[in-house]
Design a protein around this ligand. Structure first.
Ligand SMILES: Cc1ncc(COP(=O)(O)O)c(C=O)c1O
Length: 466
């Protein structure tokens, strides 16, 4: 039987070393074209959550050509590619403009929002965590703490693990999915370096009470990072369109940094994110400069060393191609589809939407395990992300869902799935959450086993078929 992790191995064979016989360019490109088209079928229907964001073939064609002119370029070597400084500057300034960087200078003429490019949301977050650690150390805090809601993305936990910050995790309200600012205030100590809030969080798409967190940050002189990796490039367009979206950006005086991924709703190619700082004095703390290396003077502004110029050129092309009208148009279509789907969910009294989401939402049920709904939706080609604590299904609305007929298909298939779930309520569902599915009370042993299982899976996809 074909190995589902390596489904092409039988057809093409698999190389365990350097290929003895080169393939012709035509064979290579034909193979890549065919397999790419085959895999694209899985999301082009509009039934797959998140991931593809634009889904627009014409747009991809321009991005791909832009990428191709700089795929071989190393962004570290600015002497031979000054274009990278030009493109990165424009990407950073556009992101700062979107997130109201001007408000910082209006409030304090000595401050100016600045940024740094990373290879994705995780790198932007790691850069921020490292920056806050050393910013806190520069103020005499030897062992800094980071306060975050339990909905914060795991990249923050990874950052704390890598850079040795102490985590202070605040539980969110199960109904609103948000932190209570009073709990955050109570968690502040003289070792607090930074508070983290999300706009919005991955699981529920909801936005933490950033206004209140900003007040706490100002009051205590600590940093406030807003994780806008997912929402940073779409929520501001929603605000301009008049949707009820609270302010979460640099208009709030306590916000000291925001991460916003262009490879999500910036509709750029995968591999680029922006981390904005309220002022360059924060950013200096994640610079790395080694003036004495025998390989010459070494400097990097962020964690990674070499990066491909392709993603930079592709992102710049996306920005220039869409401009304000293009982003507004795309955002409106996404919000309209997302709210229409939420209406379909609300028409079933058995289902509950978590919190007050916009473009990305999650739903659960008190009447049956929501994974029964997933089981049935899967048979109709839908791919949601499974959540845990509590079991819920997450759907992040992107370009492919805005195609004609997708919202209607969602509503019709959901109605069938709810009936199926009611009929099978006494059985165990087939599907589970990606990240474990052990429910609310994971013991240390459950956790150890889940980690071992998932580590084994990562080995398998990296090490090839047995
Ligand atoms: C809220 C949030 N933060 C951070 C990230 C991490 O981004 P990346 O996967 O690009 O590293 C994600 C990814 O989905 C996210 O949704």
């Amino acid at each position: 039987m074909a190995n589902p992790l390596f489904p092409y191995a039988e057809q093409w064979g698999i190389n365990h070393g350097i290929p003895a016989e080169p393939l012709s360019d035509e064979e290579i490109l034909t193979r890549l074209r065919e397999v790419g088209a085959l895999e694209d079928q899985r999301w082009e229907t509009g039934k797959c959550s998140g991931t593809m964001y634009s889904g627009d073939r014409e747009h991809y064609a321009v991005l791909n050509e832009a990428f191709s002119y700089f795929s071989h370029v190393n962004t570290l070597q600015r002497d031979i590619c000054p274009s990278m400084s030009h493109f990165e500057y424009e990407i950073i300034r556009a992101t700062a403009d979107l997130l109201h960087g001007e408000a910082v200078t209006e409030l304090d003429p000595n401050q100016k929002v600045c940024g740094v490019i990373g290879a994705g949301g995780t790198e932007s977050i790691l850069n921020a965590v490292l920056g806050y650690r050393d910013w806190a150390r520069s103020k005499g805090i030897a062992e800094p703490q980071m306060i975050l809601a339990d909905t914060a993305h795991p990249a923050f936990l990874k950052g704390a693990h890598l850079f040795c910050l102490e985590l202070v995790i605040v539980a969110t309200d199960p109904v609103t999915t948000l932190v209570d600012p009073a709990d955050v205030r109570a968690a502040i100590t003289d070792r607090t370096a930074v508070i983290v809030g999300s706009a919005g969080n991955y699981a529920y798409g909801t936005i933490d009470p950033i206004t209140e967190l900003s007040e706490i940050a100002v009051e205590h002189g600590v940093g406030l990072h807003v994780d806008g990796c997912l929402g940073g490039w779409i929520l501001p367009w929603g605000q301009r369109l008049g949707y009820d979206i609270p302010v979460f950006d640099f208009r709030l005086p306590g916000v000291t940094s925001i991460s916003a991924d262009t490879h999500k709703y910036g509709y750029g190619p995968k591999g680029l994110s922006v981390l904005l700082w309220r002022d360059p004095s924060y950013r200096r703390h994640h610079y790395y400069v080694e003036p004495e290396w025998n390989g010459g003077l070494y400097a990097s502004a962020a964690l990674l060393g070499s990066r491909s110029g392709g993603a930079v050129a592709g992102t710049w092309a996306a920005l220039r191609r869409l401009g304000e009208p293009g982003y507004l148009r795309k955002a409106q279509a996404v919000f309209e589809a997302a709210f229409a789907m939420q209406d379909a969910i609300r028409s079933h009294p058995e289902l509950t939407i978590l919190g007050n989401p916009t473009f990305c939402f999650a739903f659960r049920s008190d009447e049956f395990d929501i994974y029964h709904v997933n089981d049935h939706m899967k048979t109709n080609g839908w791919r949601f992300n499974g959540l845990q604590k509590p079991h819920a299904l997450h759907f992040c609305i992107t370009g492919p869902q805005t195609q004609p007929g997708v919202v209607e298909a969602f509503a019709a298939d959901l109605a069938e799935a709810v009936e199926y779930a009611k009929q099978h309520a006494n059985e165990a569902p087939h599907s589970g959450s990606m990240y474990g599915g052990a429910g609310a009370n994971m013991t240390n042993e459950d956790r150890r086993q889940a980690i071992a299982l998932i580590s084994g899976f990562m080995d398998m996809v990296t090490d090839g078929p047995p």
